[in-house]
Write a protein that binds this ligand. Structure first.
Ligand code: 9UX
Length: 68
């Protein structure tokens, strides 16, 4: 398992947090997701044989937020 912290732009409330959490949690290979609204970050534990950090960023962007 590896961990990455993604900077997430555009989150303004706990609904956004739920949306980002759900989007990342739906990606195959993601084990745990922890989204911090105040910090504007998502911490993700993932299996690097199944998913890449770039794909995680894409999932955040597909959910309507900026990722980096
Ligand atoms: Mo809260 Mo986020 O009402 O797009 S869900 S601002």
């Amino acid at each position: 398992m590896e961990q990455v912290t993604i900077k997430v732009g555009g989150m303004s409330c706990q609904g956004c947090v739920k949306g980002v959490t759900a989007a990342l949690g739906a990606v195959a290979g993601v084990a745990t997701v922890s989204v911090d609204l105040g910090a504007g970050e998502a911490r993700v534990d993932f299996d690097p044989t199944q998913v890449t950090p770039a794909a995680l960023n894409q999932a955040v962007e597909d959910a309507g937020f900026e990722a980096g």
